[in-house]
Write a protein that binds this ligand. Sequence first.
Ligand SMILES: NC(=O)c1ccc[n+]([C@@H]2O[C@H](COP(=O)([O-])OP(=O)(O)OC[C@H]3O[C@@H](n4cnc5c(N)ncnc54)[C@H](O)[C@@H]3O)[C@@H](O)[C@H]2O)c1
Length: 403
Amino acid sequence: MKPFKLCIVGAGQFGVFFIPLFRSHPGISEVSLCESDPERLAKTSRDHGVRRVFASMGEVLRSDVDAVAIFTQRHSHAPLALQALRSGKHVYCAVPAATTLEELEELIEAVKSTGLTYMMGETSHYYGATMFCREKWESGAFGDFVYGEGEYCHDMAHGFYSAFRYSGGPDWKKVASYPPMLYPTHSIAMVLSVTGARMTSVSCLGFKDRSDDGIFREEVSEWNNAFSNQTALFRTSDGGMARINEFRRIGLSSKARSVRLSLYGTKAGFEEQSGMAAWVTHEGTIEDVEARIRCGAAEPTPRHQALIEANPALQHDFVTDYAEVHQKARLRLPAAFSKLHTGHEGSHHFLVDDFVIAVLHDTLPPVHIWQAARYNAPGIVAHQSSLRDGEHMAIPDLGWPVE
Ligand SMILES: NC(=O)c1ccc[n+]([C@@H]2O[C@H](COP(=O)([O-])OP(=O)(O)OC[C@H]3O[C@@H](n4cnc5c(N)ncnc54)[C@H](O)[C@@H]3O)[C@@H](O)[C@H]2O)c1
């Protein structure tokens, strides 16, 4: 395929960071913008010099745009992605792919029947810790997989109130109560993208929220959700175990690491906490690898400066440089990216490139729909388990692409 036209759907806090990236990629001929809030659409298109704009997804789907990149609120991802695929558009979608197992099945079916590219933009696939562990795993240094811990610990007070208010209107608490285990992909992907296995069963417990901010309340929540924290223990298809934490009310500093991975094999392990990461071996070595996996800071582009000033919490996550562990992989990226900061631990550039390459060459991106389902479905079942106080439940195998 020749360079193609892409529309970014959702000009919120995250999507706008991808405008310059898609635009700089030589595989993209045009970046347009779709946003349902007219003021935001006008301002963002002006600030970023976007010429073609759409007020609704319907307009995009009727246009000659070849692909959409969906950055709307999390519960809207699957319905929008399905509409796009069924209208003949390739789809890049921010996480999570879906909120229900039925949506995941429908997405898989739509990808199979249309042959179009679908990619979930899982940032943790390229986090320093994940990259480091994948390299060790591929060399056999871990031995057999025994146990993994993936966690996403993000207190509501650390940027989430403002993020949900930004687009949620007066009813923002209704969706801010999104069950933590329905947003499991960062934590689960860190473990599974290393080992290549899938989660087969789960037992999960929930923590009933006690805060008086009125968010995690059954009567307020779109999902009748009262849990602000959930912990799940999974069986993995390679005979191992994984513990996943999704915490939204947790006594951790905003400067602490919010996404963390620990992984143990029969020969060696990787341990990560705030301020430390170590590679430990059975032979007794403990290597401090913190400096190798941590990204340096970067300056936001002038076009993103106002957004960062309005919400300084974004700076730390949305604007980063690379880590040492990314340096080899980044050689494949378009030269134009070297002038643009990346974000979420060095991942943004890789994700954009993965999608563009997959569409241009009609190949599967690393996080295709079947892989996305493996990162997403375990959390959906875990949430059901937590509603039954930890009942052990099977996780369906949603399949794998036939090469
Ligand atoms: N590390 C990560 O992977 C990561 C980080 C941040 C956000 N995210 C995900 O990215 C998504 C976007 O996050 P955000 O913080 O930018 O959200 P946001 O609320 O700031 O922005 C969403 C935007 O989409 C617009 N929108 C909603 N429905 C629309 C529709 N049908 N058509 C056109 N526009 C529509 C809203 O008006 C809003 O401007 C979320 O789902 C979030 O989970 C992922």
